[in-house]
Design a protein around this ligand. Structure first.
Ligand code: PLP
Length: 365
């Protein structure tokens, strides 16, 4: 698709961002759009905008209208179908609170959203509500208000920086946030929720960013691979460069209808993540977000996938399947039930292969 682009530009984050595909005419040059997509792009304009990096677009098989990358990146009319999207809410998880950009749900952890900008506007985004605000980074005053809150709340040990795409901020701004957070004694770890390893891995070919992340250790990265096709030489290189700086990379997948709701696809993804040394942390059930409701599967589908993974891949490759409760009540882990029957301390377990095994578990008297 972009075979004429010289390597030094293809490997440049700036080039990838500056050359994002943002309108229907441009996209038509690369894909034969379906009527559902044509109308989708028109109807979502200004509400759920379109932007795709050339790199991410190049992963799409143009012959396949159901390509998993395409489904995540190209708008469709169903995003504004009221019958379907009326079942969702813009902010189903009640992230918006008193301080703009700050969500303090669990006592020890806080979520900061620092920009509405993203490299690619994922069609399943849980923060689709902020797309229509345009591409805007938080001001220094807004950041300072969040920092002030964190300073005053000594129970906060873990700061999760997300967006939009937090690592799209300039290095100076990233360094400012990290330097100020490190001045707060009770903040132990900082996490970035970033999808750049997937959408524009070239960001991590820049030493200046990596130098900053390394300097303010311990920093963790949570990224968001959803499909084995997203694991490429370039995303692997990005992950490798991050890991070499002493920054662990964990993954949060979202279970998406049509994209990764086949047990085989999920198994392949988890295996590929382990190969590039990314730990699958969460498999999230898709939230009822207005504009993304059509990606939801049943809960049984997620349980079926979890059952399939067990026994087929190392425990390291098995994420925690979790549902985020509505109204901001937090995440709940979901697991297939392996205890079939119980009498006192005598259990009948179901093994990974489906065998029933009796086992009495007594405490030492
Ligand atoms: C998910 C989430 C966190 C982080 O939870 P972990 O289980 O530690 O990854 C923190 N705050 C909010 C608001 C969240 O939604």
């Amino acid at each position: 698709m972009f075979s004429n682009v010289p390597t030094h530009l293809w490997r440049s984050y700036r080039w990838q961002i500056q050359n994002r595909i943002k309108d229907i005419e441009e996209l038509r040059r690369y894909l034969k759009l379906t009527p559902e997509e044509e109308e989708g792009i028109r109807l979502t304009k200004g509400l759920y905008p379109l932007a795709i990096t050339p790199y991410y677009l190049s992963l799409i098989d143009p012959e396949d209208p159901q390509d998993p990358i395409r489904l995540q990146a190209v708008p469709r009319k169903v995003e504004v179908d009221e019958d379907i999207q009326g079942r969702g809410e813009p902010d189903a998880l009640r992230e918006e609170g008193d301080i703009p950009g700050l969500t303090h749900r669990y006592p020890d952890r806080v979520l900061m959203t620092v920009t509405t900008f993203c490299a690619v506007y994922c069609r399943h985004c849980m923060r689709k509500r902020i797309f229509s605000e345009g591409e805007r980074a938080r001001t220094k005053e807004e950041i300072d208000r969040m920092l002030d809150y964190i300073k005053k709340h000594e129970e906060i040990r873990d700061v999760l920086i997300s967006g939009g795409e937090p690592l799209s901020l300039g290095e100076d701004k990233i360094e400012y946030i990290l330097r100020e957070l490190r001045k707060i004694k009770h903040v132990e770890i900082v996490r970035f929720g970033t999808r750049l390893p997937v959408l524009a891995p070239q960001r991590f070919f820049e030493d200046r960013l990596l130098d900053i992340l390394e300097r303010y250790s311990p920093i963790w990265i949570n990224t968001h691979f959803n499909h084995p096709k997203e694991i490429t030489e370039l995303s692997e290189e990005a992950v490798d460069r991050i890991l070499r700086r002493g920054i662990p990379v964990n993954n949060q997948t979202v279970l998406l209808r049509g994209v990764n709701d086949e047990p085989e696809v999920m198994l392949e993804l988890m295996r590929a993540l382990l190969r590039i040394k990314v730990k699958p942390q969460y498999l999230f059930h898709c939230d009822p977000i207005k504009g993304a409701v059509h990606f939801r599967t049943s809960l049984d589908k997620g349980i079926e996938i979890m059952r399939y993974l067990r026994g087929r891949i190392s425990g390291m490759g098995i994420p925690t399947y979790a549902v985020d409760l509505p109204g901001g009540k937090g995440k709940v882990p979901i697991s297939p039930n392996y205890i079939v029957e119980r009498k006192g301390n005598s259990f009948i377990f179901e093994s990974y292969s489906g065998e029933l095994v009796e086992y009495t578990i007594d405490e030492y008297p």
